[in-house]
Design a protein around this ligand. Structure first.
Ligand code: FES
Length: 109
């Protein structure tokens, strides 16, 4: 991985399949990287309700759904759209540099 400021290269843009979350680790933090709606988003991979990997869920309408109990989190804000989750999941800024996808987990976007 290559760092640019606090940004870390996580994958190539071409590696991301539309609406298919990819789990990566950035500085030890599990992150789900999602290419959807013409953009790329990075959200903490752990559901705020329980220790479940969000990258195993489905993406629709710029939201990622936790497969266990069905709360969806907005990929732009991390906020849950409904119960049982009540707390947001951290989201992180993404930079696209050429074909590289970079994420910073030291600042929440
Ligand atoms: S573990 Fe994600 S909604 Fe319950």
């Amino acid at each position: 991985m290559t760092a640019t400021d606090s940004y870390v290269r996580v994958c190539a843009l071409g590696d991301l399949v539309e609406d298919t979350p990819q789990r990566v680790e950035v500085d030890g933090v599990p992150v789900s990287v999602v290419r959807t709606a013409g953009d790329v988003f990075a959200i903490n991979d752990i559901c705020s309700h329980a220790n479940v990997s969000l990258s195993e869920g489905e993406v629709e309408d710029c939201q990622i759904e936790c497969w266990l109990h069905g709360s969806s989190f907005d990929l732009r804000t991390g906020k849950p759209s409904g119960l049982p989750a009540t707390r947001p999941v951290p989201v992180y800024p993404v930079k696209i540099v050429g074909d590289d996808v970079l994420v910073s987990v030291t600042q929440e976007s």
